[in-house]
Design a protein around this ligand. Sequence first.
Ligand code: NOJ
Ligand code: NOJ
Length: 589
Amino acid sequence: MWVSKLTRPVLTIFLCISTVSANPVSRLENRADLEAFIDRQSDISIKGVLANIGPDGSKAPGVPAGVVVASPSRVDPDYWYTWTRDAALTYKALIERFVAGDTTLRSKIDQYVSAQARLQGVSNPSGSPESGGLGEPKFNVDLTAFTGPWGRPQRDGPPLRATALTIYANWLIANGARSQALNTVWPVIAKDLAYTVRYWNQTGYDLWEEVNGSSFFTLAASHRALVEGAALASKLGQTCNGCAAAAPQVLCFLQSFWTGSYVDSNINTNDGRTGKDANSLISSIHTFDPLANCTDATFQPCSSRALANHKAVVDSFRSKYEINRGIAQGQAVAVGRYSEDVYFSGNPWYLTTLAAAEQLYSAIYQWQKLGSVTITAVSLPFFRDILPSVAIGTYPSSSSTYTSLLNAVKTYADGFVAVVQKYTPADGALAEQYDKGTGVPRSAVHLTWSYAAFLTAIERRDAPAPPTWGEPTANTVPRVCTAPPSCNSRITFNARVTTVVGENVFVVGSLTQLGNWSPEAAVPLSAERYTSNDPLWFAAVSLPAETSFEYKYIKKTANGQVVWESDPNRRYTSSQGCDSSATVNDSWR
Ligand code: NOJ
Ligand code: NOJ
């Protein structure tokens, strides 16, 4: 056993911690206590969500109708903005609740639709509405553009919003409000899908706003949105250009995040991380389809891949946080974003701990629907943690192993909720994080997404399923992945830079073709036409057409030193139309 590796003094501490933190839900009175917490916290959470939405949310004074504030915290951190991702995931939870019968939410949902329609028209540092602006991660709460530096674009926003609105549109169609679906909701969805079709294969920032590359979550969300968007379009007699063609290609690309034993959440980047990241847990819960089998290709909650990944991600936090010490393998622990996280010193988060629970509740739903649990070589280690005697095989619902497995998974899932219970203050306020050493709340207070994450986890626990998004007919991976047709424009960079012999000039920026801000991958400029009167450095680069991007020039000195231009970054939008061209003229600054 691993305890034997510890030195004696530590072992004493371990034993004493282990008596207090033994499986929190195994005892009956603790179970009753958890149920009571869930009831109370569910009520607090719906109120917590609504309090952060304008115009009448008590913590969102002066915020326009249908706008979700990430958190009322205005300093350290300042979250007094509206993020497209947070808002879409929050409204997805509200819309699912509405579809399940909470009719009081209808006007709030209609307000979200109009607020988003407006926001899609706001030009911002990620671009104009036509040149990539829908990928802007956050806006001021009055719906004007936020123009400060940020990790942009983030391409998960449009597909997440499309998904939330598609669930609503489908409900409208089924409930006699087809014209509202067609005339009010569809136009917003259509823009988000057009964005997704056009940009899914380009890099961008991940959901944690730090890594520029390809993010598993963004691609998983894109796949789902394209599949259900294409179906909605045909129901409405509309066209969704490129949606049906792109969806299988996105799914094809998604396979490359699978390492064989877990999901590497960020690829096409050099982030120096393991890739074990709650990004992937949140992906599985977002793409849960109640009609799906345990499909590996779409990383369904009950799939072997998603379960192996659950173990890998959860285990990466076991020895990371002080509050997880002494908790045995197979029991729930506090879960953060990823183990290398340093934001607010790197703590567990409520929403990621809840995602660990939600994936398991969703998996239970799927096994019950299928009437069996299958354990493969890939998922065996996950199951062994919670039921050590179990072996590879398929266990039908009539077997006692099936019952033991489902009980063990349920207890494990409840354990994550119990962790949240333990670190939730008496008033039920959910911040963004809780301290890795003491468990006290940290970072943004009353985080909307934390409350929404509580609601969805408990919704899955109670088992009313959300609507299908069509996974059963969209889970076939093409044999070969093909890149989408490219539509490029040729941009000539003319830079006047006075240099000394041995120095070279490069252009580097936010597109893959411009090295994604990495000096090693910067594009070299030519000095062929350089004269002392006209110190011209130039290069013609093929870039995606009609796309906004940021860039800078750098010099590399003879001894390899990199010298950057001064701030701010330069911005440009490539010309419109495939095979178009344009020239920019800059001078070193
Ligand atoms: C603020 C972002 O919201 C957060 O996701 C990130 O971790 C920190 N900046 C640090 O980059
Ligand atoms: C930081 C988180 O990393 C990011 O995912 C979120 O969108 C913002 N905070 C706002 O809540």
